[in-house]
Design a protein around this ligand. Structure first.
Ligand code: ASP
Length: 311
């Protein structure tokens, strides 16, 4: 019986995985986003029964990503996901804001097919480059009938878009899923699934996003010992549409900052409380004066609030 071929589309966005240093022993002094996506996949094993197509969407350090790149990437994903022969998408991306892009794509695409983001902690020129294995693992996930939705694959571990966070600044195994735990492991090209892939409707469709300069502006402020009201007052004066507070513990906010946030809310600014803790979530309580962020981290709560305020 002839098995029809699956196509996997690899979209390049840059990052350390596409980074180049002057020496193979230099894992730090490199420039991110130098190699093209075709070069990244040239020697990576392709899952049996699959063919690859590659497209460069951006080639930058992900710390510099903006709304324009997110809009372009979501539109390219939507285009490819609509092709029947496409089984899944792999996105090569910098690790610094990988969790934000993953959550954004989850929020605007909510795809049934797998959209798998991967990156690397060492540049492509490193003697111990981790990128090729991460791409091979991401391709295996994208080709697997067990995978669905947006996820992140690094160091043989598959994380869901909602929970994934960069938790280490240097280690190759730099990502975690907090107390939810990973979705799966990739072992020699096979998936060992640990829990159900999260599904749900898109918060807003990729095709209906406004131009980047028309997005509502949402900023993040942090509560900490000695926090004050000045930043929030300045943001309100500057016309911000929403503020996410990275609150301490279970959503507690310094009284001086809380006063300013309540005043901002009174004036029509949307305020959400997320926790600055790496694990756990803000548990709602009766009488909460500032709404929680549905368990999202501050950077993801900001994305969810921007999409909510567009409606
Ligand atoms: N600064 C890099 C980036 O996010 C770091 C990395 O990819 O690991 O593009």
């Amino acid at each position: 019986m002839q098995v029809s071929e699956r196509r996997i589309v690899v979209l390049g966005c840059g990052g350390t995985i596409a980074g180049r240093a002057a020496s193979a022993s230099d894992n730090l002094g490199y420039r991110a986003g130098e190699l093209g996506v075709e070069e990244l996949i040239a020697h990576v094993p392709v899952p049996e029964g699959s063919t690859l197509a590659a497209e460069q969407v951006a080639n930058i350090d992900s710390k510099d990503l903006g709304l324009a790149q997110w809009c372009a990437l979501s539109q390219r994903c939507a285009h490819w996901l609509a092709q029947t022969e496409v089984a899944g998408i792999v996105i090569t991306h910098g690790t610094d804001t990988l969790e934000e892009t993953a959550f954004f794509l989850h929020a605007v695409l909510a795809p049934v097919k797998p959209v798998v983001l991967t990156g690397a902690m060492r540049p492509a020129t490193s003697a111990a480059a981790d990128g090729p294995q991460n791409i091979a693992d991401a391709l295996s996930v994208a080709a697997s009938p067990l995978a669905q939705g947006v996820c992140v694959v690094l160091a043989g571990t598959v994380h869901g878009a909602i929970e994934v966070q960069k938790v280490h600044s240097y280690r190759a195994d730099a990502f975690g899923s907090g107390d939810a735990g990973p979705l799966a492991y990739v072992e020699e090209g096979r998936l060992r699934v640990l829990r159900a892939w999260p599904q749900g409707p898109a918060l807003r469709s990729a095709g209906s996003l406004p131009d980047p300069d028309a997005w509502p502006r949402v900023e993040i402020v942090m509560s900490h010992a000695g926090a004050g009201s000045a930043l929030v007052r300045a943001l309100v004066k500057d016309g911000v549409a929403g503020i996410v507070v990275a609150a301490t513990g279970n959503g507690t906010v310094h009284e001086a900052l809380e006063g300013a946030l309540l005043a901002a809310q009174e004036q029509g600014v949307a305020v959400r409380r997320a926790s600055r803790c790496a694990q756990g979530r803000v548990l709602p309580q009766p009488g909460d004066r500032l709404p929680g962020a549905d368990g999202l981290s501050p950077v993801k709560a900001r994305i969810a609030l921007m999409l909510e305020l567009m409606q």
